[in-house]
Structure formats: C-alpha cells, structure tokens
Write a protein that binds this ligand. Structure first.
Ligand code: ARG
Length: 276
C-alpha cells in the first residue's frame, strides 16, 4: 500500500499537449493551444497546489497522447487500487497502458471494469461522503459504475449528463467535503438535480457564465480550492463558507475541454471522500 503523509496529486506535464482531434464541443483543431503558454499555465497550477500543501507526482508525457495531461481520467482511486479507465474514444485509449504502468510502479493494484463498459475514471466518478456520484451517458456507462459501486461496497448515485459541453461529471459537480459540493444544475436532468439535492446537504450553484469557465472543475485541498480565473461569484460563495480560493488562468486547457481538476488525480483520496 503506497504511503502518503500529505495530500498527493498526480499530474502530467504538457510537453505533448495540443488539440489534435475533436471529441468534445470545446475542441477545434483550428483553435490550437500555445505550447509555451500551456506550459506556464500548467506550472502555475502545479505551484499553487504545492503552496497549499500538496505533494505532486509526475506521469511522464508521451508523444501523440495530447490528453494524457488530464490525469483525472486515468482511474478511480480507492485505497491502494486504481480502477483504470476504458476510454470511449479510440484517440485516448492508448493512455490506459501508460497509466497502468505508472500505478503499478507506484505500488498500486490496477483493476479493470468488465469488458463492454466504458469508464473515464475520476472524471466521471466522485465520492462525496461515502457515496459514489457517477456521471454517465456521454463518456461512461452506468452499468460499469454500478458494478464498481458493488465492488467497493458503497452506494452509487448515477447522474445522467445532458449537455455535450459538460460531458464529464467533474465539469459540473465538485465535492468540497462529505456534506458540501459545487454544481451546475442545467448539466443534469430533473432526476439528477433532485438526487443531488437529496443526498448533498449543502450545494453551491454556479451561474452559466462561470460554469463555462469550468468553475466546477476545481481542485480541493483541505480548505483551499484551486480553480480557473473568471469565477468571482463562486469564489465569493466559497470564501463565505471558509474556503480560501486560488484562481489561476487555465485558458489553454479549456481549448481541450479541461481545467484545474481534469489536470489532477488525487492519489490518497479526495478530502470529500469517506471511503467505505
Ligand atoms: N480533451 C479531453 C477529453 O475530451 C479533456 C478531458 C477533460 N478531463 C476531465 N476530467 N473532465 O477527453
């Protein structure tokens, strides 16, 4: 079992990052990212995370795997296990072998979901308390998430994602603690909105313009929250609740449909997670 004495986060430097294909509505090959700007934005996020107490582990970048930077999708972490992704789109499928090798070398046990179900890791599966909230339809299949919850012996709340712009759960929902979360209601159907209200005592709603700045795609480390710039209303709500916010520009990654949270994978368990 890998041992962590601090919040520990996996990141992958953007050496080979770029917009090489289009698998979500944010991506357009005609709107390329700027290599050196992406590198400096990524370094700033890493430095913010270090400054709020995180230990950063690095996955080596690989040519022709531009989305490998989005380590949130590598797996769902649970104790010493990494439940590996099975990506919907063929362009990202080769990432899994790279991720698996990293986890194994780091001392984690890797497991796969049964064949036939796609699953995009912590991008679509987030613990809030002892409940696994699971986004499905666009990238992950609900059957696989139900299988996973049974494996872990926890309750699962499946949430259908209804907007192509909010194609992963972590683009529209962010647990802060076992009882609090950020969300963008229009990304869910009526049933999903009601399920969230029923199971999460405190929900902070973000306005549409801030949701489009990936406000929900925030990284929580204790009472600190790192997120993209341009989300003043959310920052105010978080500050009122005792969180210190750290806004850092991540525009180059929004071009691929990702922001702070997507660029990270918490290896020792999210602050909001009470693992069963
Ligand atoms: N271009 C990537 C994709 O479409 C972005 C992934 C963002 N990751 C996330 N956890 N939301 O798959």
């Amino acid at each position: 079992m890998p041992h962590f004495d601090r919040p520990t986060i996996l990141m992958c430097p953007p050496d080979h990052y770029g917009i090489e294909y289009e698998i979500n509505p944010w991506m357009s090959r005609s709107r390329q990212s700027d290599r050196s700007l992406a590198e400096s934005q990524w370094r700033q996020l890493r430095d913010v995370l270090i400054s709020i107490g995180a230990d950063i582990r690095l996955l080596d970048p690989v040519p022709r795997l531009p989305d490998l930077v989005f380590t949130a999708n590598a797996a769902l972490m649970w104790r010493d296990r990494a439940y590996l992704a099975r990506f919907r789109h063929s362009a990202r499928q080769p990432e899994t072998a790279v991720d698996a090798a990293w986890f194994q070398a780091a001392g984690f046990e890797t497991r796969e979901l049964p064949i036939g179900w796609d699953f995009e890791g912590a991008g679509d599966a987030l613990f809030c308390g002892d409940t696994l909230f699971a986004g499905y339809l666009i990238r992950s299949d609900v059957g696989g998430e139900q299988w996973l919850a049974k494996e872990l012996g926890c309750r699962v709340i499946p949430l259908q994602l209804v907007s192509d712009y909010f194609y992963h759960l972590d683009t529209c929902f962010c647990p802060l603690s076992p009882t609090e979360a950020i969300y963008f209601p229009p990304a869910f159907d009526e049933y999903g909105q009601a399920a969230l209200r029923q199971h999460v005592p405190t929900l902070i709603e973000v306005p549409p313009d801030e949701a489009a700045r990936f406000a929900c795609n925030a990284v929580v480390v204790g009472k600190h929250v790192a997120l993209n710039t341009g989300c003043p209303e959310l920052e105010r709500s978080l500050n009122e609740r005792g969180y210190t916010t750290h806004a850092t520009e991540l525009g180059e990654f929004i071009k691929a449909g990702g922001s702070a949270k997507c660029l990270t994978l918490r290896l020792d368990g999210e602050d909001a997670a009470l693992w069963p």
